[in-house]
Design a protein around this ligand. Structure first.
Ligand SMILES: CC(C)(COP(=O)(O)OP(=O)(O)OC[C@H]1O[C@@H](n2cnc3c(N)ncnc32)[C@H](O)[C@@H]1OP(=O)(O)O)[C@@H](O)C(=O)NCCC(=O)NCCS
Length: 183
């Protein structure tokens, strides 16, 4: 998986490099960006260690760059989940770049890659109902909402979060891709 690179119309998705950490810290330090990410906002040291881990042999997330601005603008997580040929996908972007379809474009490319190159059968994604930007991405990708788990994530202060559970199957994805190609 070293030197993994995917180009989309506007984006470059690649393996993290250790020097990427300051660009990642520009958004992992932001409490509002990290509100729904397990562990919440990161310190400099935590970001550095996260990026170092991803730059090693078995990455679980990939950097997303905007080549036109030579900027790292976010990352897509994509890694095996605990079921056969099932992966989990996730996304975190710098707020300066929200709302331009970048997360959807990057995730679509990772799903293509997973289904066509890694022989993945099913890709799942989860988010909180209070995070519409994230479940909109899942819907735009054509993933199906398979579940709404109630009060399944405990937060400090006696608060419980619900969770939406989405998935895409390889055959469905191929159908979506075929329909998109035929206009
Ligand atoms: C989720 C996230 C990656 C989306 O990135 P993005 O590049 O803005 O995503 P896209 O532009 O591809 O799509 C976002 C969609 O959500 C919609 N959206 C954004 N905020 C919304 C809101 N408050 N209510 C309803 N829809 C909203 C956008 O309008 C867009 O839909 P559209 O294309 O139909 O208009 C980004 O918001 C982010 O990094 N959030 C913080 C990290 C996070 O929560 N990650 C997910 C954890 S499960």
């Amino acid at each position: 998986m070293h030197d993994f690179t995917i180009r989309t119309q506007r984006l470059l998705i690649r393996t993290f490099q250790k020097e990427d950490w300051p660009a990642v810290y520009a958004y992992t330090a932001d409490r509002s960006v990290m509100h729904f990410i397990p562990g919440g906002r990161m310190t400099e040291a935590e970001t550095q260690s996260y990026v170092n881990r991803q730059a090693d042999d078995a990455p679980e997330a990939y950097a997303v760059l905007l080549p036109s601005q030579e900027r790292l603008i976010g990352h897509i997580s994509f890694h095996p989940w605990f079921a056969p040929r099932t992966y989990e996908i996730g996304w975190v972007f710098h707020p300066d770049y929200y709302g331009r379809g970048y997360a959807t474009e990057a995730a679509r490319a990772m799903l293509d890659y997973g289904f066509e190159t890694r022989n993945v059968h099913r890709v799942i994604a989860t988010c909180q109902p209070e995070n519409p930007a994230s479940w909109r991405v899942m819907e735009k990708l054509g993933m199906t909402r398979e579940g709404h788990f109630r009060q399944c994530i405990e937060q400090p202060g006696g608060i419980w979060w619900d969770e939406y559970f989405y998935a895409a199957l390889k055959a469905e994805w191929q159908e979506i891709t075929r329909s998109a190609a035929s206009g």
